[in-house]
Design a protein around this ligand. Structure first.
Ligand code: MG
Length: 375
């Protein structure tokens, strides 16, 4: 079933700590299973995507977002003959390194670590699967395959890339990752563009009138209203979003298939060596997708009601960080121990950042209330 240019487990670049092959699963299924059993994966349930977890039960969380990314990515992988197990593993792991409180949380933590190497959620996802999960007797982290780790690491500065060895190489040589990794990157964008329209309308921070100026939405919405003039508003929105996803997914599958064939890609190594990403939209749909992204950035992510709550979140992250750096005794025992083994401030700050980044929204609030009882 697998296309020749897909990732084949038999020719995997392997794991950092060699292990015998699993008996009744593929290597990439094993990766997926380890990700699902990790603590970081369970915490995604209580981490903000755009809306803080307690704002409503129907909004996306990092967990439901990751599951939607996996669903979209797997459908496309199957259509293109790519490796579904690897695709699913990358999708479920892609946001494991996110801090509490979404992008505001990550920016706040990045500021805290300004002089200590900074904080970047993408690199943190890799750190979670490589070191921070402590579940197995024989190795640190989840010991995932090279291909899953390659997919998790979407971007990387040249300096970090040099530290990462083989995994960082492509950022220095400016080559591509395998096709499954390219695919999950776009499936992530398809998922959030569409579910943020849904959540934005549900929260009433966005209106249909506004969205009628966005071509990806308006084209589909007019189709729906023409065909079902008496449809109730909520169903019209769902029907529109379903058509939006279909529209971009179909374009992506057909265009990528064409590009792979034109470039005569025969193996995953051909795909890695190719000068640009092969999993890509046509220019028209790429532009529609950029337009929607811009719209969401200006009207939803920067909405006063979203940024006001996030302002408080930034304060929580800063105060937690300063407090733990000042008084390591208030850290949980396992972090206190790790901190004691380090003499450099840089290393100590990294351990505190690991602790904060791992927190769910509500756990961060609770820790903050414990350390700052007067608010
Ligand atoms: Mg994501």
């Amino acid at each position: 079933m697998l296309a020749p240019y897909a990732a084949h487990a038999a020719s995997s670049r392997g794991r950092r700590h060699p292990e015998a092959s699993p008996a009744n699963r593929s290597e990439y299924q094993r990766d997926r299973d380890r990700i699902i059993h990790s603590a970081a994966f369970r915490r995604l349930e209580y981490k903000t995507q755009v809306f803080i977890n307690h704002e409503g039960d129907l909004f996306r969380t990092r967990l439901t977002h990751s599951i939607e990314v996996a669903q979209i990515a797997r459908s496309i992988a199957r259509a293109l003959g790519l490796n579904e197990d690897l695709t699913e593993a990358i999708a479920l792991a892609h946001d494991l390194g996110h801090t509490p409180f979404g992008h505001s949380g990550q920016e706040a933590l990045n500021e805290c670590l300004h002089d200590q190497g900074g904080f970047e959620h993408n690199l943190q996802s890799l750190r979670v699967v490589d070191v921070l999960e402590e579940r197995y007797a024989e190795f640190p982290g989840l010991n995932l395959t090279f291909e899953t780790r390659e997919g998790i690491l979407k971007h990387c500065s040249p300096k970090k890339a040099r530290e990462l060895g083989e995994l960082g190489k492509r950022f220095l040589e400016k080559t591509q990752p395998g096709l499954e990794a390219q695919l999950v990157n776009i499936a992530d964008e398809i998922a959030y563009n569409n579910h943020d329209v849904d959540d934005g309308l549900r929260s009433e921070l966005l209106t249909i009138d506004q969205l009628e100026h966005v071509s990806l939405f308006s084209g589909r919405y007019q189709e729906v209203m023409r065909r079902y003039p008496d449809i109730p508003p909520r169903r019209a929105i769902y029907e529109t979003i379903r058509r939006m996803i279909n529209h971009v997914v179909t374009d992506l599958i057909e265009n990528s298939r064409r590009r792979i064939s034109l470039a005569e890609i025969k193996t995953i190594e051909d795909a890695r060596r190719h000068s640009e990403a092969l999993i890509a939209y046509t220019p028209e749909v790429a532009e529609q997708s950029r337009e929607l992204k811009r719209f969401l950035r200006q009207n939803l992510y920067a909405h006063e009601q979203v940024t006001r709550i996030m302002g408080e979140a930034v304060k929580v992250v800063h105060e937690l960080f300063e407090s733990f750096m000042r008084t390591p005794a208030s850290l949980p025992p396992q972090y206190r121990e790790k901190l004691r083994e380090q003499n450099e401030t840089r290393e100590q700050a990294r351990i505190v950042a690991d602790y904060i980044a791992g927190m769910t929204d509500r756990y961060a609030m609770r820790e903050h209330a414990r350390l700052f009882p007067d608010g």
